[in-house]
Design a protein around this ligand. Structure first.
Ligand SMILES: Nc1nc2c(c(=O)[nH]1)N[C@H]1C(S)=C(S)[C@@H](COP(=O)(O)OP(=O)(O)OC[C@H]3O[C@@H](n4cnc5c(=O)[nH]c(N)nc54)[C@H](O)[C@@H]3O)O[C@H]1N2
Ligand SMILES: Nc1nc2c(c(=O)[nH]1)N[C@H]1C(S)=C(S)[C@@H](COP(=O)(O)OP(=O)(O)OC[C@H]3O[C@@H](n4cnc5c(=O)[nH]c(N)nc54)[C@H](O)[C@@H]3O)O[C@H]1N2
Ligand SMILES: [Mo]
Length: 750
């Protein structure tokens, strides 16, 4: 067994502090503290942006040391930060390109591998279907410079709208809720709001396990003088719900009914900030009419909660002066995701709890660089939070890239990831380029995904650092340089940008993702209108400068943040808090979206939007709760929710290779309520079978405090993949898949 002190003590010693004080420094380290040099970086194993230096000796990474001066972590590291860096030096990294030869992948060289991709690209581009044949499925784990380059080559080189990332599975709902309520993507709040708040509400967010350093900050406030009250909304028993003053263990898929009901109670008890509502919002009367349909008794019944607990929650939320909310996958991957996330925004707007120290919303991110996928347009969005329906925004990009506006896809909503997979299934997409994601484990309903990946007419490119389950289906596998082996920037959940510098050489012939995208653009000979190269930049800093120009004047303006500034520590774009002047990004010429219908996802037209005359006001957006598309039945009587555990990251390509982390949770399990277990003759530690209409997994039973009739399976394990069980369905607005909505049965293995 590897010694893993920080796995046993994940949050470390408390450093209590009081309201308005600065969070004390605590410098954590991992590995060998002796190094020849220290290179600035930050964590890529969650969205928190914990800043640390990478220690290097003899050309190898020897350890990590938290950065005391950084605004995000003030020196602290979480267990994955402490040990996870070891994955970079794994002996089974991809070191050479692989190409398909019959049913095998064989080692090759870059000329051959890129040659095959370019030949197929040209055939497809010149043939019927053209750009429509290309799909790019990227990540929330590359770097800003890489996304921007990918965005430009896809949007202005090939001209395809079929670009998205695993960010669709992750934070599409955060983006949608921010755009719809406030006019543009971009986190309103700041982590420093934890320092000032008097109440914390965690909506479907197991922050203790998923952003452990942010949790340390919350715990330190809870142990200091005048601690904030805490509400947790989660059907499971987690470290967060155990700490909370009020825990609402609601029935899964009922978030929207809950928040509507809480808002109704708050308004009824005089908790609305009428001045703020009148000056800074639109739609109060319509929202009021919606939430009035959610009286206490009805909400208690829908959500399966006690009316008294709902009242306690409403008192906590309605009585606070400085309320900070965080929202994550318990909302985003559940039923009516965007409507429920917007309902939390509604609550903050109605209470005037935004844009002040301690009063804010964090519509969280999950992956380390998800924010940048969205900003830089490596997903379907146009770079710089530009509005695809606004001809002026498209013209700005055309000018910047020196291409015709017709080249840039903007005639319909961008293709979302689930639709890209559908097109690949139906055969219209013929080249699918997958970078830094492992869909053969992470997408819903894996039996279907394997069928799509295996289609002979689909040319699959996989760009990864390891030979993953997805790589096995590839026609070409490109070996990428990992974190620590390349330079670039990325932005965390509270808009803090960090620089990560190359500390060591990549193994073998592995190349940075930036170098790979640039090489493809060069080989495809993408040109601008004057015959010059479409993508003239060479290295990360030049790519960053190109991005700075693209971001100028937009909400995510990076022009004042240079690499040299970032050497000293993380910097937030947009300043500490957005909207502190009460002016939201809803101006029709500035906004990122003209809005969507919360129930159907249908897009508004520019005329409809202008007619609302938002004038910098935020939108209050009400919607009614409806039952989820799959609910427990006689045959499948239990509600399955899937998610995470503190020591493992996603499909475990990294954490499964680090003994300290792997040992902590090497196999999957299912959490069951003791009564549900007893009914099935299941004891703690028994082998059980979890089965849905799509598939089955064998896992160990754990009897826990999860809500009755609800079971939880972590999704990290390729051999026991929770996604064998999940459904192909998504939120109509954000198009984020419903990973927390499925019905299963559990039986003891004989
Ligand atoms: N250790 C670790 N940390 C990570 C990651 C990781 O893989 N491992 N991944 C990172 C990424 S990409 C992401 S997106 C984040 C995700 O971070 P979280 O959102 O905190 O993680 P999850 O475990 O997916 O889901 C959170 C909770 O939602 C609850 N839940 C399920 N259904 C419902 C519901 O209907 N309503 C409510 N209110 N709650 C519900 C679950 O019980 C679960 O405890 O974590 C990031 N950090
Ligand atoms: N059932 C269920 N499914 C889920 C979820 C859930 O809660 N439940 N959560 C969803 C969410 S929120 C997310 S974010 C996804 C995550 O799902 P994935 O994106 O599939 O997860 P990872 O294992 O992080 O995959 C990232 C891949 O990138 C590779 N990689 C790492 N660094 C680099 C690099 O620098 N360059 C390149 N080219 N490759 C690199 C890794 O080796 C790995 O193969 O899963 C989603 N799926
Ligand atoms: Mo995520």
């Amino acid at each position: 067994m590897a010694d893993a002190a920080r796995v046993r003590d994940p949050w470390g010693a408390r450093t209590p502090y009081g309201p308005g004080e600065q969070w004390p420094v605590r410098v954590d380290t991992g590995g060998d503290p002796e190094a020849d040099s220290w290179v600035p970086s930050a964590s890529v194993l969650h969205s928190n942006g914990d800043a640390f230096d990478i220690g290097v000796r003899d050309g190898r990474i020897t350890g990590v040391r938290g950065r005391a001066g950084d605004r995000v972590n003030r020196g602290r590291l979480d267990p994955k930060d402490v040990y996870g860096w070891r994955a970079t030096a794994s002996s089974d990294r991809l070191t050479r390109p692989l190409v398909r030869s019959g049913d095998r992948l064989v080692e090759s060289d870059w000329e051959t591998a890129m040659g095959r991709i370019v030949r197929r690209s040209r055939e497809l581009l010149d043939g019927p279907g053209g750009w429509g044949r290309f799909g790019f499925y990227t990540s929330g784990q590359l770097l800003l410079e890489e996304y921007y380059t990918l965005g430009v080559l896809g949007k202005a080189g090939l001209g395809t709208p079929h670009m998205d990332g695993n960010t669709r599975l992750c934070t599409a709902t955060a983006a949608a809720a921010l755009k719809l309520s406030f006019g543009a993507d971009g986190q309103p709040g700041s982590y420093t709001d934890v320092d000032h708040c008097d109440a914390l509400a965690l909506w479907g967010h197991n922050v203790a396990e998923t952003q452990a350093v942010l949790w340390m900050r919350m715990l330190d406030r809870r142990r200091g003088v005048n601690p904030p009250a805490m509400l947790a909304v989660d059907p499971r028993d987690t470290p967060v719900t155990r700490e909370a003053d009020v825990h609402l263990a609601l029935r899964p898929g009922t978030n929207l009914a809950l928040v509507n009901g809480l808002l109704r109670l708050i308004i009824e008890r005089g908790g609305a900030d009428e001045g703020f509502v009148a000056a800074h919002t639109l739609g109060f009367d319509e929202l009021r009419a919606v939430v009035d349909a959610y009286p206490l008794g009805k909400v208690a019944e829908i959500c399966g909660l006690k009316p008294a607990d709902l009242e306690r929650a409403a008192d906590l939320l309605g009585g606070s002066q400085r309320l900070l909310s965080t929202v994550l996958q318990g909302f985003y991957q559940s039923h009516q995701a965007t409507a429920a996330a917007c309902a939390v925004n509604n609550l903050h707007l109605v209470r005037g709890m935004i844009g002040r120290p301690g009063a804010g919303v964090l519509q969280m991110n999950g992956q380390p660089t998800a924010e940048n996928t969205r900003e830089a347009g490596a997903d379907g969005d146009l770079p710089g939070f530009r509005n695809w329906e606004n001809p002026r925004h498209v013209a700005e990009l055309a000018r910047l890239w020196n291409v015709g506006t017709a080249r840039i896809p903007h005639w319909s909503p961008p293709t979302h990831a689930m639709q890209i997979w559908r097109y690949a299934e139906q055969g219209s997409i013929r080249l699918l380029w997958i970078s830094a994601t492992n869909p053969a484990v992470s997408l819903p309903d894996l039996a279907r995904i394997r069928r799509v990946l295996a289609k002979p007419e689909l040319f699959v490119v996989v760009q990864d650092i390891f030979r993953t389950e997805t790589a096995e289906y590839a026609d070409v596998v490109l070996p990428a340089a990992a974190w620590g082996e390349k330079t670039g920037t990325f932005t965390n959940a509270d808009r803090t940008v960090h620089l990560t510098r190359k500390a060591v050489e990549p193994p073998g012939e592995a190349r940075s993702d930036l170098a790979i995208f640039l090489d493809y653009a060069r080989r495809m000979d993408f040109r601008d209108r004057d015959g010059g190269p479409l993508i003239p930049w060479q290295g990360p800093e030049e790519a960053y400068e190109a991005w700075q120009r693209c971001s100028a004047g937009r909400p995510c303006d990076y022009t004042s943040i240079t690499y040299a500034d970032l050497e000293r520590g993380g910097i937030q774009w947009g300043g500490e808090r957005l909207y502190s002047d009460g002016v939201f990004a809803t101006d029709p010429d500035h906004c990122e979206t003209y809005g969507q219908d919360l129930s159907t996802g249908a897009e508004n037209t520019a005329e409809q939007y202008r007619a609302k005359n938002p004038g910098g006001r935020a939108f209050l957006l009400g919607a009614h709760w409806r039952p989820a598309p799959e609910v427990p039945s006689d045959e499948y009587p239990l509600h399955l929710v899937t998610g995470r555990t503190i020591t493992q990251f996603h499909t475990r390509t990294k954490t499964g290779r680090v003994p300290e982390l792997d040992d902590a949770a090497p196999f999957a399990w299912v959490e069951l309520h003791p009564a549900d277990a007893a009914e099935r003759g299941i004891a703690d530690g028994d082998q059980v079978r979890v089965e849905s209409p799509r598939g089955a997994v064998r896992v160990v039973a754990r009897l826990t405090g999860v809500r009755e009739r609800v079971v939880f399976v972590p999704f990290h394990y390729a051999e026991q993949a929770a996604n064998e069980l999940t459904i192909t369905a998504w939120d109509p607005v954000s198009r984020q898949p419903l990973f927390k909505v499925a019905a299963v049965r559990v039986t003891k293995e004989g």
